[in-house]
Design a protein around this ligand. Structure first.
Ligand code: F6P
Length: 542
């Protein structure tokens, strides 16, 4: 890679430009251009992005686009989409876009078109999902399957968990889909409490099939199921696996015939639309699942072909960089105004923070600019009664994404209008605030004016769509995937490895032995760790 990003003329121009813009605020920018709300809105794939409440001018966008060009965003995008091994540290292609490519397309990895394999697995998932949903695939005792328990963690959990919740109105109410991820057995116990093993199907999801949490929960599930049904052969009807590792699946005792395959070119956090989505397909059915894929594909096409200025992932990515690198924002809040998106932020946290939480560039050089922000948030209006105080009047700049839908899946009275009114009002309050004069004008006593003044000039995006359906969810998933990619390219990091999770995993396996051992922990550990181990042993033995 070329020299430090901060030394490029494009970066330096943005530094100077930020100083100029810091003297103006959103009120002024809106006063100067009465059309700003329409001018800085972009629509694609059914998503309306209102970017006007960002502290930007036309020039800002041009300068950010120039920075992206300096980092060869177009070239890197082409490289990803055509299957180059852009995950350089793991020597892998990055082709989650192939998961939603239409049947006739051709995308090659090492000279082999992977699209037919993608559709073969989709067809396999579809026939299995139809059999379960139709009652044709029964449990060991002949009972109909009424419960599906997805066992997986990280990318093998967060995507399907998020999507099953988001698309609950499209789900078969007769088939309850639940999730177990934590190695803490409480989750397994809570999720399986009251379920009839004869009616329960476990989907064991793990790309590697070596993940401690997943294998521990899968073993508990097997004991729970075989213990109740009294026959080891029950595993054949009650367990299926989703993995890239057929050997480990077999070692676990699941017939590879009952395995749904995916490939090393699908990153865990990008795997919702691979076979990892099997639980989702079981919940909403194959047709709705294919709608999800169609929505993501539409966003892929948009990302590949739209002009940068009208390109939703490019804009969202660059706006995030603007605040993270030029305004010092440490975090980014995502605020869906839809209870069905209650798991969306958890999902985005892995997508964004595991991808771009990196401190070295693709060549291993330590970076001197900041990279991925802390992503956080929760659905409105709940968040308004928890942390919005800080967003409005705190000392930190927190750029926000508001996400809302015109239609509700549960239109009761005027509640949906109230929800949307709150969504729009919050971005309005953040952007324009309330001056001391305005506070006085509405009768605020002088002593309280400083407390009841809102500084405003707090930036946000608003993404509005008609309704939260499978297609729209697909567009949102791909929108954020590509946003993360854009940012990774500009920051110069490899967004597709995750070595940062390894050290803790390694240490924990040694610690697990030491917790139950009797040897003096002081010999092998630092004094804090040794003291904690002694304390743990003392609590356990008292
Ligand atoms: O947390 C690290 C990680 O490797 C994630 O990237 C991945 O999604 C998760 O663990 C689960 O991995 P697997 O699907 O291999 O069980």
């Amino acid at each position: 890679m070329a020299g430090p990003l901060e030394e490029t003329p494009e970066w330096q121009a943005l530094v100077r430009h930020q100083r100029e813009l810091a003297g103006r605020d959103l009120r002024t920018l809106f006063e100067e251009d009465p059309e700003r709300g329409e001018q800085l809105a972009v629509e694609a794939c059914g998503l309306h992005l209102d970017a006007s409440k960002n502290i930007v001018s036309d020039e800002t966008i041009s300068l950010l686009l120039a920075l992206a060009e300096r980092r060869d965003l177009g070239g890197r995008t082409d490289a990803m989409l055509r299957g180059d091994r852009i995950n350089s540290t793991e020597n892998r292609a990055v082709l989650h876009t192939a998961l939603r490519a239409p049947r006739g397309e051709s995308i090659e990895v090492d000279g082999t078109n992977v699209v037919p394999d993608v559709h073969a697995v989709l067809d396999h998932m579809e026939s299995f999902a139809r059999r379960v949903r139709d009652g044709d695939w029964t449990g060991h005792t002949g009972s109909r399957i009424r419960n599906v328990v997805n066992i997986g963690i990280g990318g093998s959990d967060l995507g399907p968990r998020m999507a099953v919740e988001a698309l609950r109105p499209y789900a078969d109410p007769e088939l309850r889909v639940r999730f177990v991820s934590n190695v803490d057995p409480s989750e397994f116990v809570d999720v399986t409490r009251g379920l009839d093993p004869a009616e329960t199907l476990f989907v064991i999801c793990s790309k590697t099939f070596t993940t401690l949490e997943t294998l521990a929960n899968a073993r508990s599930a097997r004991n729970w199921c075989v213990g109740a049904l009294g026959d080891e052969a029950a595993v054949r009807r009650h367990f299926v696996a989703v993995s890239t590792n057929a050997e480990e699946v077999r070692n676990f005792g699941i017939d590879p015939e009952a395995m749904f395959e995916f490939w090393d070119w699908v990153g865990g956090r990008y795997s919702l639309e691979s076979a990892i989505g099997l639980s989702l397909m079981l919940a909403i059915g194959p047709d709705a699942f294919r709608e999800l894929l169609a929505g993501s594909h539409a966003m892929d096409v948009h990302f590949r072909s739209a002009r940068p200025r009208e390109n939703l992932p490019v804009l969202l990515g660059l706006l995030g960089i603007w605040y993270a690198n030029f305004w010092g924002a440490e975090t980014h809040a995502v605020l869906p105004y839809d209870q069905r998106l209650s798991q969306f932020v958890d999902y985005l946290q892995q997508l964004d923070m595991e991808s771009n939480g990196k401190r070295v560039d693709r060549d291993g050089r330590v970076l001197s600019h900041t990279t991925g922000p802390i992503v956080w948030g929760q659905p409105g209006t709940n968040g308004q009664h928890a942390f919005f105080q800080l967003l409005h009047q705190g000392t930190r700049l927190v750029p926000c994404d508001f996400i809302g839908f015109a239609e509700s899946s549960n239109p009761i009275g005027e509640q949906h209008e109230l929800l949307l009114a709150n969504c729009i009002a919050q971005s309005q309050a953040l952007a324009f605030g309330r001056t001391a004069e305005e506070a006085e004008a509405v009768g605020v006593s002088p002593a309280l004016v400083p407390h009841r003044t809102f500084p405003g000039n707090r930036p946000s995006n608003t993404i509005l769509a008609r309704r939260l359906d499978p297609y729209t969810l697909g567009t949102l998933v791909a929108l954020y995937e590509h946003k993360v990619f854009v940012q990774g390219v500009v920051w110069g990091v490899n967004s597709f490895d995750q070595f940062g999770v390894e050290l803790g995993k390694e240490l924990s396996s040694r610690l697990a032995r030491d917790l139950t051992g009797t040897a003096d922990p002081g010999k092998d550990h630092d004094s804090s760790t040794a003291a904690l181990i002694r304390r743990y042993r003392a609590f356990r033995s008292s």
